[in-house]
Design a protein. Structure first.
Length: 420
């Protein structure tokens, strides 16, 4: 599957992202579905939610988000539709169903047959929506489970868990240049999400003939999540070593990128605290203009950052040179972007506003062009300061969407951006 990405490749390919801020042309979203209604208080911790969003309102908010993008010339593609469209071949669909069931942790053979029949009996789009929503025991009307496991666990309502984090399309895979990292997620619940991306990139007609290079594969055993992957420029990537991403994964991505003929020359591995509030690099720091970033003041530093750069000894093989830095965030960004930068503090740096607004993704903006970003309405302190710095805001409602702990960047995966 792997193919070198030429520096000369243009934005006409189905994937092209060489910055965080180049004008956004095409993006992948997921409209929240019944998986959100299947959340119960007992499941919140394991399924990585802090509260239960009200689906009807979450969808209204999400539709406003999508509308803001289309109104600004962005093509919005939906994960659930692409996944259904990728399954036109009957054999591919059956393999997909088998894999989905295995990765849902179903070991009982009879249950697996019953679920396969159930999925095969649904029209494709309904099947995908149902897989995402989760399957309750009583939906498999003709199945009577008698195994010891089922008798011991008969209080548990689902045979297949809901996947409520799907609307955070940023994380299961990430576009870098004209390729992707198909990620291995930290948790089992989110790792199941990456199956959809695997089939879309292999089998959807929009992508299948593009020979998309994989900078990372979901079969890896170390974790990597898209919220930790930031494209600072066509030469420099930033990747978080975080609660969700392992240092070994950062090195694997580096090796693949450097071995191919991409424009990327340096990867900066940012070692950030492993905490829920800071779960990914993009929860504490996003780029809003060529020289401006919104940040959580707690990561101003000095920070431990590892500079990983391409090194070609005489033999011609690609090696990685690693240098440990201990610098302030501002100095790091200025050094690698080769310009003065302005850091705009989430919640104006005020202790209370900053903590509250960062928790609700005040530092997590989606740039649709240089100096133009989508933000949550609730982060009014940060939003005012962004405007004072000349940033154009597209403000979307956020009462329900924010309960999943992710903002506009987390809810979107850019497929194509203009080259800066
Ligand atoms: N990039 C991001 O920060 N995504 C937010 C993911 C939130 C989701 N509830 C999670 O814990 O994985």
């Amino acid at each position: 599957m792997e193919q070198a990405v030429r520096k000369s490749e243009t934005a006409s390919s189905c994937l092209h992202v060489t910055s965080e801020i180049g004008r956004l042309r095409s993006v992948l979203l997921h409209r929240p579905g019944q998986e959100v209604e299947n959340l119960t208080p007992d499941l919140l911790g394991r399924l990585l939610f802090d509260d239960i969003p009200y689906l009807e309102v979450a969808r209204q908010e999400h539709d406003i988000f999508a509308q803001a993008l289309t109104d600004n010339g962005v093509e919005v593609l939906y994960l659930e539709q692409l996944a259904a469209e990728a399954l036109t071949d009957a054999a591919v669909k059956e393999t997909f169903i088998r894999q989905f069931i295995a990765e849902a942790g179903i070991e009982n053979e009879n249950l697996s047959y019953a679920l396969t029949d159930y999925f095969l009996g649904l029209p494709k789009q309904e099947m995908i929506d149902k897989m995402m929503a989760g399957v309750r025991r009583e939906e498999l009307a003709r199945y009577r489970g008698h195994s010891l496991f089922e008798q011991v666990n008969d209080f548990y309502p689902f045979v297949c868990d809901p996947m409520p984090n799907l609307y955070f399309t940023r994380d299961p895979f990430a576009t870098i240049g004209s390729g992707i990292t198909l990620n291995h997620m930290r948790t089992q619940t989110r790792n199941r999400e990456t199956i959809f991306a695997e089939y879309i990139f292999k089998h959807h007609p929009h992508f299948s003939s593009a020979n998309i290079p994989l900078w990372f594969d979901r079969n890896e055993t170390t974790a990597l999540e898209g919220g930790d992957e930031l494209i600072l420029s066509e030469k420099v990537l930033a990747i978080g070593i975080s609660q969700r991403t392992d240092s070994a994964s950062v090195e694997k991505v580096c090796r693949k990128l450097f071995a191919a003929d991409t424009s990327f020359e340096t990867v900066l591995a940012f070692h950030i605290p492993a905490s829920r509030a800071f779960m990914h690099l993009d929860t504490v720091f996003t780029m809003v203009d060529t020289d401006k970033f919104t940040i959580h003041s707690e990561i101003e530093g000095p920070l431990t950052v590892y500079e990983m750069s391409k090194y070609l000894p005489r033999t011609g093989e690609v090696r990685i040179k690693i240098e440990k830095l201990n610098l302030k965030l501002e100095d790091i960004l200025e050094k690698y972007l080769e310009r003065k930068v302005t850091l705009i503090r989430c919640g104006s740096g005020d202790k209370i506003h900053a903590a509250r607004e960062q928790w609700n993704d005040g530092a997590n903006t989606l740039a649709i062009a240089p100096g133009e970003v989508v933000v949550y309405a609730r982060n009014h302190v940060t939003n005012r300061i962004l405007e004072e710095h000349g940033i154009k805001l597209h403000v979307i409602p956020s009462s329900e969407l924010s309960r999943g702990r992710g903002g506009p960047r987390c809810m979107s995966m850019p497929l194509v951006r203009d080259h800066l």
